[in-house]
Design a protein around this ligand. Structure first.
Ligand code: TXA
Ligand code: MG
Length: 331
């Protein structure tokens, strides 16, 4: 039987009021809808519906121990699901909507499926800034569980075409609305313990968070920054082998530069000609998708380990890791 029959073809919706209304209706009936956020495209399901959330794991082929982020429209909505504290108040005020996820203790009566939290007593919450994500969350008036909209272990999607390349025929719809401006996933902060902990570097630089909190973040100086539960080391992986900190490509390699040097081949790319880390983050996954299509090993220029460079290097280390590498505690 062909898989891509009309019955299970993925609808491509636009960000018009009709497109958003249709996307919200699909979510409401338990279907999966991919939508743009300012970081990456998410693969959304109503976070209160266990079967819908289970379908996310199935569509992505994702290991079930990896908990998901619940996306909500506002701080007020987030307060319905997480137990608030002063750090959350301060950070939500400074950075929401935006590329920051806060992990908080679950509030009694939250109604979130256990498949979202993977059985943890905490919940990851985020208010995305992308206008289309905002409109969709407002139209649904409920929490949307959404990992990045890529098959598990593959490069995250920053365009609707990336989403369709990985998941076409496996999800009900994608709301297509351009490229994601930030380009790497949200920064995840744990706020359920004695001190704020950086669980995943991402699209909001740790330095900015520390400036607002007025204190250093635990987990900030990680040699192995893989502290969010269920974070597989080999992740964001292209098909091709990836070699890091390469000041020059070797024969037979394509090149992903940073700065004015773009490598020797016509199809080589630079993350940012001017050495701008925000531009590099926005280009990261798209350029990796592009180079991966050339079926050659990819050599990547050194990226400074400051600001957004921390998130970029984290994703690159995962792209370069052996495919079966997992954290020691998950072996
Ligand atoms: O930018 C983003 O964060 C994107 C967009 C779609 O919002 N989403 C995203 O989701 O990156 P995902 O599923 O690829 O990554 C979520 C991460 C997981 O690595 C998981 O370990 C962590 O969030 N996480 C979720 N719930 C958690 C919890 N209760 N405690 C600690 N970490 C948690
Ligand atoms: Mg992901």
């Amino acid at each position: 039987m062909p898989q891509d029959t009309a019955q299970n073809a993925t609808q491509v919706l636009d960000a018009s009021p009709d497109g958003i209304a249709r996307a919200a209706q699909l979510l409401r009936q338990g279907d999966l809808v991919s939508f743009p956020t300012e970081t990456v495209y998410g693969l959304g399901a109503d976070a209160r519906r266990g079967e819908a959330v289970a379908a996310i794991y199935a569509a992505k082929g994702r290991p079930s121990f990896n908990p998901l982020i619940a996306h909500v429209a506002s701080v007020q909505a987030a307060r319905r699901y997480g137990i608030w504290n002063d750090w959350a108040e301060c950070l939500a005020h400074a950075f929401w909507p935006g590329p920051l996820t806060l992990v908080l203790p679950l509030k009694p009566g939250h109604g979130i499926s256990e498949l979202v939290t993977a059985g943890l007593e905490t919940l990851a919450l985020r208010v995305p800034a992308h206008p289309t994500a905002q409109k969709l969350l407002a139209a649904l008036d409920g929490p949307v569980a959404a990992p990045s909209a890529n098959p598990s272990g593959r490069i995250s999607p920053t365009t609707a075409d990336h989403v369709l390349a990985g998941l076409s025929g496996r999800i009900a719809a994608v709301v297509a609305d351009g490229a994601c401006a930030v380009g790497v996933e949200s920064t995840i902060l744990g706020l359920a313990g004695d001190a704020p902990v950086l669980l995943r570097p991402g699209g909001l630089a740790a330095e900015e968070i520390e400036a607002v909190l007025g204190q250093p973040l635990a987990g900030r100086d990680l040699h192995d920054p893989l502290t969010a539960p269920g974070q597989l080391l080999s992740h964001y992986a292209p098909q091709a082998r990836v070699r890091l900190n390469a000041t020059l490509p070797r024969a037979g390699e394509c090149y992903l530069g940073f700065g004015p040097y773009r490598g020797a081949r016509a199809n080589d790319l630079s993350l940012s000609d001017s050495g701008d880390l925000a531009e590099a983050a926005a280009n990261l996954f798209g350029h990796l998708h592009h180079l991966d299509a050339q079926a050659m090993p990819i050599a990547v220029a050194p990226i400074p380990e400051t600001g957004l460079g921390v998130a970029i290097n984290d994703r690159l280390r995962r792209a370069a890791a052996p495919r079966d590498a997992v954290l020691p505690e998950q072996r």
